[in-house]
Design a binder for this molecule. Structure first.
Ligand code: FAD
Ligand code: FES
Length: 278
């Protein structure tokens, strides 16, 4: 019998890691052994995470899609549900529906250079694709990761960024507008790093997430460097309720972010950027 798409399935917290004052990562595993074995996701997809008795929120899956039987969510506390999730301990359960949405265009990106650009906790939707590209390094050309944060204190996954920079044919560039303490990377806005990048317009696929203003500025700079809008992919965030294309809460133009996205190419959504109400 098919599962009711509105029914969250219990998943237990195996590990909880505090990434910064307001950001934490949960490693989860379904209680149901059959579901555990069947559950597969693509980089860029999300789950609806249900805090019992409080509510449900869409959260990207950040782990390597080939990790066996477990998956990770990195969550920033901003309100009712995320603050409640932050107070859970290892061994407690949440409800999960998913995976939902369309992820990054991995088959289109095969054999091409990847340029990954993220801002703030916007890194969550691309972390899984970075894990994937690193695990299958030979399937892709040059991998360049550009990450921007407002303040160096906001920089999570520092060890991972250091480790990724050691992988062959991979560059990691990080920028912070303001810094405290030792900071080995660039000081200034992330757009300064994008201005310095020299992606090959014929070979490069760009994957971006973060604040929409940053993605719009980045898209314009990359098109000035000769990249077509069809090679620029963005992960969008909208208020969601159902997560499966039924309620209309996440509509952008004629599309639903939960069902048709969250990853779109810029050509599909550029006319809605900056338009009030979208
Ligand atoms: C596809 C998708 C993937 C996401 N992935 C992640 C992730 O990996 N990690 C993560 O921490 N968050 C992620 N989010 C955002 C997350 O869903 C929201 O932060 C969450 O719904 C807030 O719920 P809350 O009950 O804690 O806050 P609420 O009490 O609902 O809201 C608190 C404040 O946050 C604002 N807010 C709520 N939702 C959003 C939103 N989607 N965008 C901008 N502002 C919002 C509200 O306006 C309000 O000011 C994702 C959202 C989408 C659509
Ligand atoms: S959240 Fe209901 S249609 Fe997208």
């Amino acid at each position: 019998m098919a599962l009711n798409p509105y029914l969250p399935q219990p998943a237990r917290i195996l590990k909880r890691r505090q990434e910064s004052d307001t950001v934490f990562t949960l490693r989860l595993r379904f209680e149901d052994v059959g579901l555990r074995a069947r559950y597969r996701f693509a980089p860029g997809q999300f789950n609806m995470v249900y805090l019992l008795g409080v509510g449900e929120v869409p959260i990207s899956i950040v782990s390597d899609p080939e990790l066996d039987g477990v998956f990770d969510h990195t969550i920033r506390c901003v309100g009712r549900v995320t603050e409640g999730l932050a107070s859970l301990h290892e061994g407690e359960c949440v409800g999960i529906r998913g995976p939902y949405g369309r992820g990054w265009p991995l088959s289109e990106a095969q054999g091409r250079d990847l340029l990954v650009i993220t801002g703030g906790l916007g890194c969550a939707p691309v972390v899984s694709v970075i894990h994937y590209a690193i695990r299958h390094r030979r399937r892709f050309g040059k991998l360049t990761i550009i990450q921007g944060v407002k303040h160096s204190d906001d920089m999570i996954y520092r060890d991972q960024y250091q480790a990724w920079s050691q992988v062959p044919n991979t560059e990691v560039h990080v920028a912070a507008n303001a810094v405290r303490g030792a900071w080995p990377w660039h000081v200034g806005p992330v757009t300064e790093l994008i201005a310095q990048a020299e992606p090959d317009p014929e070979r490069t696929v760009v994957m971006m997430c973060g604040p929409e203003g940053m993605m719009l500025a980045a898209a314009r700079m990359l098109m000035d460097k000769g990249l077509p809008d069809t090679a620029l992919f963005l992960s969008l965030e909208r208020n969601m309720q159902c997560g499966i294309g039924h309620c209309g809460h996440c509509q952008i133009g004629g599309q639903f972010v939960c069902r048709d996205g969250p990853v779109f190419n810029f050509a599909q959504v550029r006319s809605w950027f900056g338009v009030r109400g979208f």
